[in-house]
Design a protein around this ligand. Structure first.
Ligand code: IPM
Ligand code: MN
Length: 371
């Protein structure tokens, strides 16, 4: 199969982790006789430095003519610490999501037995955790009218949702639940917010069309607690934009590291795949960031292309690295491997180049000695 992939390296560790994901896609292409063509676009702080805009028109064009987009990370401390900045890197990603109509952000959360000791939670809470967050991505407080008065003493962000915006992602979540454990949990704040009450109404209506799926409603404050004390109860978690942003970072703690988690944003003619982590500027350029979130995002892209066996082989390769202790510094601060070594091992595994008995001594040579 031939596919065109737009690649946006972005800021901080984005370029390093995305480079490994592209390498893995190339290993898959070779093994399964596909042809992937890449076109690179700028976005974020990198794009502001080079063009003055966080999302140059050319990047939107590149994305529109691609079958899918692989994106790294966005953000730079010089903007985080300057609340007066008029142009911000994050605007690039928000505009891209909006202009491509990517209204559903899908974030799977699972745990790895070999990493359970890393989670602050007890392993009995973690076994069998397997849920997926459907986060609405183009509405809510992120996109409502924003105001600040001239004296800079009063500011507001409006939270707006239409029935139609809620309906389209709700259908996706229910359809997905049907091929999983048949349960949808709507996370909202319907005891306080009007938008949340609309979410509840719409979800209640739509749930009638999916009688085989169990529907549950949970306030976001309680959900934040339930994710920690009993994460096994969840199957498909459906929520609005900002609640989804917050609870997905929280849920990453279950896996062991934010660096492990992938995501897919769908809804328009093309889809965007990105790890859920940020730009982690302190680690940029050191070859120590975890590429697994990005590599697993490329596996989600393969699934989106209908290449399910290929996606599975990426996941199997990643599992193999994790099980054998080939992990980055966020996972093991003492015995850790470089970002590029993990990418190389995943590729070698896909290409069947890993011998039955791994000669760890050879790989040890590529282990980092910086502690
Ligand atoms: C995410 C990020 C973004 C968001 C930022 C970078 C705009 O945190 O994808 O989760 O809040 O959506
Ligand atoms: Mn986030």
């Amino acid at each position: 199969m031939n596919k065109k992939i737009a690649v946006i390296l972005g800021d901080g560790i984005g370029p390093e982790v995305t480079t490994q994901a592209v390498r893995v896609l190339e290993a898959i292409a070779e093994q399964h006789h596909h042809h992937f063509e890449y076109e690179f676009g700028l976005m974020g702080a990198d794009a502001i430095d080079k063009t003055g805009s966080p999302l140059p028109e050319e990047t939107i064009e590149i994305c529109k003519r691609s079958n899918a987009i692989l994106f790294g990370a966005i953000g730079h401390p010089k903007y985080d610490n300057d609340p007066n900045a008029k142009v911000r890197p994050e605007q690039g990603l928000l505009q891209l999501r909006k202009s491509l109509g990517l209204f559903a952000n899908i974030r799977p959360i699972n745990t790895y037995p070999s990493l359970q000791h890393l989670s602050p939670l007890k392993s009995q809470q973690l076994e069998g955790v397997d849920f997926i967050i459907f986060r609405e991505l183009t509405g809510g407080i992120y996109f409502g009218e924003k105001e600040i008065n001239a004296e800079q003493t009063l500011a507001s962000d409006k939270c707006v949702y239409s029935r139609e915006e809620i309906e389209r992602i709700t259908h996706l979540a229910f359809q997905y639940a049907r091929i999983r454990k048949k349960k949808v949990t709507l996370v909202d704040k319907a005891n306080v917010l009007e938008t949340s009450r609309l979410w509840r109404k719409v979800v209640q209506d739509i749930a009638l069309q999916y009688a085989d799926v169990q529907t549950e409603y949970m306030f976001v404050d309680n959900a934040a607690m339930q994710i920690i004390i009993n994460p096994k109860q969840f199957d498909v978690v459906l929520t609005e934009n900002m609640f989804g942003d917050i609870i997905s970072d929280e849920a990453s703690v279950l896996s062991g590291s934010l660096g492990l988690l992938p995501s897919a944003s769908v809804g328009g003619n093309t889809a965007l795949f990105e790890p859920i982590h940020g730009s982690y500027p302190q680690a940029a350029g050191k070859d120590i960031a975890n590429p697994v979130g990005s590599i697993l995002s490329s596996a989600m892209m393969l699934d989106y292309f209908g290449m399910h066996a290929e996606a599975e082989s990426v996941r199997e390769a990643v599992n193999w690295t994790l099980q054998n202790g080939f992990v980055t510094k966020d996972i093991d601060p003492v015995n850790f491997y470089f970002t590029s070594t993990i990418g190389e091992l995943v590729c070698d595994y896909i290409a069947n180049k890993i011998p039955g008995v791994v000669n760890k001594a050879n790989i040890e040579l590529r282990k980092s000695t910086i502690i």
